[in-house]
Design a protein around this ligand. Structure first.
Ligand SMILES: *Cc1c(COP(=O)(O)O)cnc(C)c1O
Length: 409
C-alpha cells in the first residue's frame, strides 16, 4: 500500500510465490499471478484504461521510466500482464505480449521485425489471413516474400537470400494439418541470421513449445484452444528480451493493437484448464479420426498422430498430442461435403475452431475461398476437404453425427 492507502501495482507486480521449478500443469494455474492487498484467490480483472498518480512528480517519473508503475492500458495493465506472464511460463519464453486477435499478433510480429527491403520465407500451407499479410500487405511496404512447401528443407535453404530476415511457419497448418520440422527450419534461420516465427495456434503450449525446438518468436491466436469456449478474440506474441525492447514494444505502444483486459482475464482463467481440455480434445479427435478412416465414403483422413499422416514421425517428436483438429476428404467433392454438413444435428457449421463444441467447415468455400484454384490444389485443399474441430462432447455422439452426415452423401 502507498501512504495514501491505495494499493500500488508495479508494471510487473511481484509475482507472489515464485515456483522456479514448477511443472507446466502448475504454471498453467499459478504462473504469473499477482495479488492485490485483498489477497483474492482468483485473478483480479482490472477493467481500467488509466491509473492515477500520487503526485505530479510520480506521473513524470512514470513517463521517464524511473518509476515502473502502470500508465495507460495501451502500454500495460495488471490483468493483461498476468496473462502474458502465464503464457511466457507455459511456452518457456523470455517475454510475452498479448494482442487484440491472432492476426494482430501475426501482423505485429512481422511488421515490428521487418524493414523495407527485407525478405520473408514462409511455408505456403497457412491460415488465409496470414498469407494475405505476407503476400499482399507486406509487399506494399517493400517487403518481399517467397512461399514454399514447408516440409521440403531444401526449399527453405534455396529460398533464403541475403535479405531474408524472417521465416514464418504454421505447424500443424490450417486446414491441411501439414507438419514442419521446427528444429531444422530454426537451424536454417540461425545460419541466415534470420528469425523463425512459429504460429502455434493449432497445438497450443499444452502440446508443443516451439522455442524448445529453436523458434525465435511464437505467435498465437488465443481465440482458439486457449479460450477454448468460443468467447473472446485474442493473440499472443512470445519473444526474447532484445526483440521486445528494440522492435516489438515501440511498435505495440504506438500502434495500439492491445488486448482488452476483459479478454485477457477470460484467457488467463482459460489457461487453468488448457492442459485438461487439450488431452480431452486429443482423445476425442483420435477416436473421430479412426472412425472416419473406416468409412467407405471418406477418401483420406488427416490427423498428425495417425500413422498414415506424412508428418507422423515428426509430429510425434515435436508434439505431445495430435491436437483437436481432423481433416478429411469426402468422396463426391463439394456437393457431397455440403450434403454431409447440412445433415449434421450436433456438429455446428462454423469457421471458428478450438471450441468445446464440435465445429465443421468447408475450407474451399470459406476460410480459403480467396485463394486461386491452382494455389488451393497446390495446398491440397480440394472440394471434398472438410476441417473438423473436434469438441469436448462424447466422442460416440460426434461419430454418430458424422455417420448421419455420411449417410446423406
Ligand atoms: C485463427 C487463426 C489465426 C488468426 O487468429 P484470430 O484470432 O482469428 O485473429 C492465425 N493463425 C491460425 C493458425 C489460426 O487458426
Amino acid at each position: 500500500m502507498t501512504q495514501s492507502g491505495k494499493p500500488r501495482h508495479k508494471t510487473r507486480m511481484a509475482a507472489g510465490r515464485k515456483g522456479a521449478n514448477w511443472r507446466a500443469r502448475t504454471l498453467a494455474i499459478r504462473g504469473g499471478q499477482s495479488r492485490t492487498p485483498f489477497q483474492e484467490t482468483a485473478e483480479a480483472l482490472f477493467l481500467t484504461s488509466g491509473y492515477a498518480y500520487d503526485s505530479a512528480a510520480q506521473a513524470a517519473a512514470r513517463f521517464t521510466g524511473e518509476d515502473d508503475g502502470f500508465q495507460y492500458t495501451r502500454f500495460g495493465n495488471p490483468t493483461i500482464a498476468m496473462f502474458e506472464d502465464r503464457m511466457a511460463a507455459l511456452e518457456g519464453a523470455p517475454c510475452a505480449r498479448a494482442t487484440a486477435s491472432g492476426m494482430a499478433a501475426v501482423s505485429a510480429a512481422l511488421l515490428a521485425g521487418l524493414d523495407a527491403g527485407d525478405h520473408v520465407v514462409a511455408a505456403r500451407a497457412m491460415f488465409g489471413s496470414c498469407r494475405a499479410v505476407i503476400a499482399e500487405i507486406l509487399p506494399r511496404f517493400g517487403i518481399s516474400h517467397t512461399l514454399i512447401d514447408g516440409s521440403d528443407l531444401d526449399a527453405w535453404r534455396g529460398a533464403v537470400t541475403e535479405r531474408t530476415r524472417m521465416l514464418f511457419v504454421e505447424t500443424p497448418a490450417n486446414p491441411t494439418l501439414d507438419i514442419v520440422d521446427i528444429a531444422a527450419v530454426a537451424e536454417i534461420a540461425e545460419r541466415a541470421r534470420a528469425q523463425l516465427i512459429v504460429d502455434n495456434a493449432f497445438a497450443s503450449p499444452a502440446l508443443q513449445q516451439p522455442m524448445k525446438h529453436g523458434a525465435h518468436i511464437v505467435v498465437h491466436s488465443s481465440t482458439k484452444f486457449i479460450d477454448g469456449q468460443g468467447r473472446c478474440l485474442g493473440g499472443v506474441i512470445l519473444c526474447g528480451k532484445d526483440f521486445l525492447e528494440k522492435r516489438l514494444q515501440p511498435y505495440l505502444r504506438n500502434t495500439g493493437p492491445v488486448m482488452s483486459p476483459f479478454n485477457a482475464w477470460v484467457h488467463l482463467k482459460s489457461l487453468e484448464t488448457l492442459d485438461l481440455r487439450m488431452r480431452a480434445h486429443c482423445e476425442n479427435a483420435a477416436k473421430v479420426a479412426d472412425f472416419l478412416a473406416a468409412q467407405k465414403k471418406v477418401l483420406r483422413v488427416r490427423y498428425p498422430f495417425r500413422e498414415d499422416h506424412p508428418g507422423y514421425a515428426l509430429a510425434r517428436r515435436q508434439m505431445s498430442g495430435g491436437g483437436g483438429v481432423v481433416g478429411f476428404d469426402v468422396a463426391g467433392g463439394k456437393d457431397a461435403a455440403f450434403r454431409l454438413m447440412d445433415a449434421l444435428a450436433l456438429i455446428d457449421i462454423s469457421n471458428n475452431l478450438g471450441d468445446a463444441k464440435s465445429l465443421i467447415t468447408h475450407p474451399e468455400t470459406t476460410t480459403h475461398q480467396r485463394l486461386k484454384p491452382d494455389t488451393r490444389d497446390e495446398l491440397g485443399i480440394g472440394p471434398g476437404l472438410l476441417r473438423l474441430s473436434v469438441g469436448l462432447e462424447d466422442a460416440e455422439d460426434i461419430c454418430e453425427d458424422l455417420e448421419r452426415g455420411l449417410a446423406a452423401v
